[in-house]
Design a protein around this ligand. Sequence first.
Ligand code: APR
Length: 311
Amino acid sequence: MSKKKLTVIGSGNVGASVAAYASAQELGDIVLLDILEGVPQGKGLDLYEATPVLGVDSRVIGANDYEATSGSDLVIITAGIARKPGMSRDDLLSTNVKIVGEVAEKSSKYSPNAIIIVVSNPLDAMVYTAWKKTGFDPRKIIGMAGILDTARFRTFIAQETGISVEDIQALVLGGHGDTMVPLTRYCFIGGVPVDRFISSERLDQIVQRTRQGGAEIVSLLKTGSAYYAPAASAIQMARSVLLDKKRLLPVAAYLDGEYGQKGVFVGVPAVLGEAGVEKVVEVELTQLEAKAFGESVKAVKDLVKEVDKFL
Ligand code: APR
């Protein structure tokens, strides 16, 4: 198998962390691209110089022009501004739609066969933007959100129960925002339903903390938003695509009739492989869950209408 090529657009907190994890896991050669001159080159060289110590053959380079990215198998978009205290992800829309639109279009010209993973926020709207600007088959464009949201939920459940995070399984549907739908019915600890361990009142509080998980980090950092967990989540998706692992992961995927929705990218469980989203898996929802999912999809669609004004 020939070595893979990854491009990471944006060499800020999330992008540099993605590049660091990807090189340490030897996912391929990496190009780190940013508009800032010197920063991607400096961080890229620093990461490359870590590889002899880590004992991995990942070549990392920084660049300002897209020529260097040509022929990538995977492009991970992290460019854009991040939240500050008091801002919602939606407040980033007008700035990030221009940035994500531009970088997606340029990357697609140089890497027409790439799969694209979008991390920039507001997530579901940015995935849509990348799709519109590249004209790619929508199954090749995937948004990172659900893995992060469930990772936060799993961490809080582990803190609560003292049981390993590894044995906690969770599922969240819908948009990456206040309307996300954590499905506690589908949460298990080592195969045992979570309500065997935690009362429903306490579980509701944990769900609420999960919804606010991004804001919790923003209010602590004060100068930006989370990056280690978002980067690790993007890497889990990247591994499934590059190694064709067919993992079933919660991601923002294009719906073409699944869940009764069409033409929208939103969080659902999907199988990721070398073709991108290879299958969207539909789960049975109670009336209440279906209602919450419907409201979340509506919030995403409203945001997408705003995106259309900029495209
Ligand atoms: N092309 C390339 N890079 C760009 C462009 C552009 N047109 N515009 C901005 N960037 C770069 C910035 O120069 C910066 O280095 O994107 C980087 C963003 O880095 P940070 O400000 O550190 O933000 P980060 O925390 O990495 O978050 C990036 O990911 O999780 C989301 O909400 C978050 O939308 C935000 C994105």
